[in-house]
Ligand binder design. Structure first.
Ligand code: PEP
Ligand code: MN
Length: 454
């Protein structure tokens, strides 16, 4: 029996934490106190799973339908969740906007929408620079609440391993409320549609979406008249995902499922590896390859067909449908030329892939008044380019990955409210990248719906 030879903290079939550390993982914090770190890791290893392996398998099956062109995936939430953001109001608002978007997309696409939050674990951030300078003072960068504090003081920016326990607690509280909301009546289809009707009435550009909203209204009225009151109208399946960045945390949350005897990272249903840590022989890819969760990989503009084929062989050698999602983040100016060769390479390789568009990360810029922002038009243009590329190659544009919030923040310019750089100061609240606000998110869903029906 393999178990007997394993030392404490090792999981059969998964590289040990020391082996992963030996691969020199990128974007890891320099924890100042290794003893405290090992103690937290030991505690995390004993805590109950946050999600169940069976739920991860269900999500794999659903993403399999996305890969076949029979479902659409909507993944969304904050760039960086914060511990302070774990409030009922915040979680409810985020969920609500995701549910509203899903209804519009599902009607337009006429296929199920697989709903996945960037939620309940999205607490660690890769950074382009390890340092941040303000008014002549230079400090280590903020790496997410999992690692250090956002406050610009030397104390706050020191990595603190106790924060990893905070991630577990915050994720548990968030998942608990999310499960209650999605199964306890809050997700009722009629109610979600009523919220969309309110949006169409109150948005300055709402008229454009009236027809689609009233078509959905008629479809719902027809179902009501038929006496259709199925549970499917009252509850939804909702999944949690985050970037698997801090290997100590992810490894400590990895367990053998008693049912299948396979390893799962039970800190979230779907884990993805980011643009900065997806090296073929790097620690992150090595770790994810050993898990049975559905996986995502961010695919940026420098990606080559050779790399992508090798990545598929590494992360999905058995060609399991729904196992692997590619989240493209090319930039609006690059996607129409950059994506088709990759789509062709994957099509010719033959392995099933769900293709999802992240129109956020390739379109970030700084305003003259110093705010990191994205323009709604560029975001929409990248989504259109994603659809164009798939149309050209004959593949299925499987979904969207959006940084958003349910609140009326002012972080991205443009959209129906025509936000400009000067408006950003009003409510710029993100801990990391700029998010679409509630109106911008719903508008995006209606515009994508138009494209899905075209
Ligand atoms: C992110 O999703 O917040 C992120 C950092 O993305 P990427 O890895 O694509 O840059
Ligand atoms: Mn981001």
């Amino acid at each position: 029996m393999q178990f007997a030879t394993l030392s404490a903290g090792e999981v059969p079939g998964v590289p040990s934490l020391d082996e992963l550390r030996g691969l020199k993982p990128l974007q890891q914090p320099e924890w100042p106190d290794p003893v405290a770190l090992e103690q937290v890791i030991g505690e995390l290893r004993t805590l109950p799973p946050l999600v169940f392996a069976g739920e991860c398998d269900d999500l794999t099956t659903k993403i399999g339908a996305v890969a076949r062109g029979e479902a659409f995936l909507l993944q969304g939430g904050d760039c960086a969740e914060t511990f302070a953001g774990v409030t009922a109001e915040n979680i409810r608002a985020k969920l609500r906007v995701l549910l509203q978007m899903s209804v519009v997309l599902q009607y337009a696409a006429s296929v199920p929408v697989v709903k996945v939050g960037r939620i309940a674990g999205q607490y660690a951030k890769p950074r382009s620079s390890g340092e941040e300078t303000r008014d002549g003072v230079t400090l280590p960068t903020y790496r997410g609440d999992a690692v250090n504090g956002l406050e610009f003081t030397p104390e706050a920016r020191i990595p603190d391993p106790q924060r990893l326990r905070g991630v577990y607690n915050a994720a548990a509280a968030t998942l608990n409320l999310t499960r209650a909301f999605t199964t306890g009546g809050y997700a009722d289809l009629h109610q979600v549609h009523a919220w969309n009707t309110d949006f169409v009435k109150s948005s300055p550009v709402g008229q454009r979406y009236e027809q689609l909203a009233s078509e959905i209204e008629r479809a719902l009225a027809f179902m009501r008249a038929c006496g259709a009151t199925a549970d499917e109208f009252k509850t939804v399946d909702f999944y949690a995902s985050h970037e698997a960045l801090i290997l100590e945390y992810e490894h400590a949350l990895t367990r053998i499922d008693s049912r299948t005897e396979q390893p799962y990272d039970v800190g979230g249903h779907l884990l993805w590896v980011g643009e900065r840590t997806r090296q073929l022989d790097g620690a992150h890819v090595e770790f994810l390859a050993s898990l049975s969760n559905p996986l995502g990989v961010k695919i940026g503009p420098t990606t080559t067909p050779e790399y992508i084929r090798a990545l598929i062989d590494k992360l999905n050698p058995k060609g399991i449908e729904g196992r692997l999602t590619f989240i493209t983040r090319m930039g609006a100016g690059k996607i129409r030329d950059g994506l088709p060769p990759l789509l062709e390479a994957v099509r010719d390789h033959g392995s099933p892939i769900a293709w999802v568009c992240d129109p956020m990360h390739g379109n970030t810029f700084e305003t003259p008044n110093g705010y990191k922002t994205r323009s709604f038009d560029a975001v929409m243009d990248e989504v259109q380019g994603f659809f164009d590329a798939h149309q050209q190659v004959g593949t299925w544009p499987g979904g969207m990955h959006i940084e958003l919030t349910g609140d009326d923040v002012t972080e991205c310019v443009g959209g129906g409210e025509a936000l400009v750089a000067e408006d950003l100061a009003n409510r710029y609240e993100t801990a990391c990248d700029p998010r679409l606000n509630r109106h911008q998110s719903l508008e995006l869903a209606f515009l994508v719906a138009e494209r899905l029906r075209a």
